[in-house]
Design a protein around this ligand. Structure first.
Ligand SMILES: Cc1cc2nc3c(=O)[nH]c(=O)nc-3n(C[C@H](O)[C@H](O)[C@H](O)COP(=O)(O)OP(=O)(O)OC[C@H]3O[C@@H](n4cnc5c(N)ncnc54)[C@H](O)[C@@H]3O)c2cc1C
Length: 361
């Protein structure tokens, strides 16, 4: 039996370790804090799962596969992690990112509606469509309860034989397994500075206190604003997050109190798009970070000098949704069943994963 050590129990490492165990590998998963800790991006409360990716089909396909795997995990464990509320894209143009996403949705057979702004007003209890050309409603999309889902993946991995250990692993004292997968999020660049280039930038997220009518409302993205969020999920409140570049941060030491300036931005957006929330109280806030690769494509590649080591990260603010499907892809690469994609290689990068953060992150 082959053995693997996976370093990092974020959604990537948890998914990879579970997938390798499902394939009969002897697996150890090592995490420096707790699985789903709030210093990791996977420790956020919620994450959107959508298929629209502009014209970049690879991630649309991966998200589509991941949706089935998340739903299976929920069904097998009886633990609620998936909110099938849909995701609405507020399109300021009818030939932008949203329109470019439609061919992939058609090909996948993902349910969606292309709505005139006046026909989208009932999506939210209070919704101003000023400045919108259309609304793309992805009916099959939704919201994952991220921290709970990450912890569930780790629990399920343990049930399937993965040994879960606490501790910080370094390349100098690397574990002795046939394969080591370093799935370390923003920490990857510090562990392998000569091979991995990442920008770790701050993102502030706010929850506003709406009334009961905000429950079960869709997620939303306004790509050209840029803001995203969702209706009330699990009593957290209505999420409104500015998707603007923040300062570079150290994920170990940053104080995670949201900035008043970002709160003002989120409130101004909420007041403009969802007028009923103009005076709603802030009922929660989180500070997290993106680990941005230079082109927002993920990194999945062998270490140039240690072919038994795989470096996985650079999720660039869009990785969560893909977790279990990314686990399948990496397990295939590790087992030699497929090649990693050229746009995930270490070294010079030229691509564009089609993200709003690509040009501004
Ligand atoms: C505010 C915000 C909103 C987002 N919204 C979305 C969204 O709507 N949809 C979406 O799909 N994605 C979203 N993302 C992105 C998504 O959360 C990340 O892409 C994903 O969680 C990254 O997972 P990861 O496993 O690569 O990294 P992480 O979650 O950071 O996990 C890495 C883990 O490795 C551990 N580790 C690191 N180094 C070591 C070491 N040396 N030894 C042991 N353990 C180690 C860390 O402690 C950590 O637990 C968002 C991110 C943020 C910050």
């Amino acid at each position: 039996m082959s053995s693997a050590c996976v370093v990092g129990a974020g959604v990537f490492g948890a998914s990879i370790s579970r997938e390798l165990a499902l394939r009969g590998w002897e697996v150890t998963l090592v995490e420096q804090y707790a699985p789903g800790n709030v210093r990791s991006a996977s420790g956020g409360d919620t994450r959107l799962l959508r298929f629209a990716h502009g014209g970049v089909d690879w991630y649309a396909d991966l998200a589509w596969r991941a949706r089935s795997l998340w739903i299976d995990l929920q069904a097998e464990t009886g633990t609620r992690i998936w909110e099938p509320v849909g995701v609405a894209w507020f399109a300021q143009r009818d030939d932008g990112f949203e329109a470019r996403s439609r061919p992939a949705l058609d090909r996948l057979g993902a349910a969606y509606e292309w709505l005139a702004p006046e026909d989208a007003r009932s999506l939210y209890p209070s919704f101003s469509t000023d400045g919108l050309a259309a609304v793309l409603l992805e009916n099959d999309a939704g919201v994952l309860r991220a921290r709970a889902a990450t912890q569930l993946l780790v629990e399920d991995a343990a049930r399937r034989g993965v040994r879960v250990e606490g501790g910080r692993v370094t390349p100098d004292a690397a574990p002795g397994a046939d394969v080591v997968v370093w799935a370390c999020g923003p920490w990857l660049a510090g562990l392998f500075p000569e091979h991995v280039e990442l920008k770790t930038t701050r993102r502030d997220v706010f929850f506003f206190g709406g009334d009961a009518t905000w429950q079960g409302r869709p997620g939303f993205c306004e790509y050209d604003a840029p803001y995203y969020g969702h209706g009330d999920i699990a009593g957290l409140g209505v999420k409104v997050a500015p998707d603007v570049p923040g300062d570079e941060v150290d994920p170990d030491t940053i104080d995670r109190l949201p900035l008043p300036a970002r709160e003002r931005d989120a409130r101004a957006y909420a007041a403009r798009r969802f007028p009923a929330l103009a005076d709603a109280p802030v009922v929660g806030g989180r500070v997290c970070q993106y680990d941005l690769s230079v082109d927002t494509h993920f990194i999945v590649d062998r270490h140039p000098e240690r072919p038994d080591w795989w470096l996985v990260g650079g999720s660039s603010g869009h990785g969560f949704k893909h977790g279990p499907a990314l686990g399948e892809y990496v397990a295939d690469c590790v087992a030699g069943a497929r090649e990693r994609e050229s746009f995930h290689a270490l070294g010079e990068r030229f691509g564009d994963a089609g993200l709003r953060t690509a040009s501004i992150g």
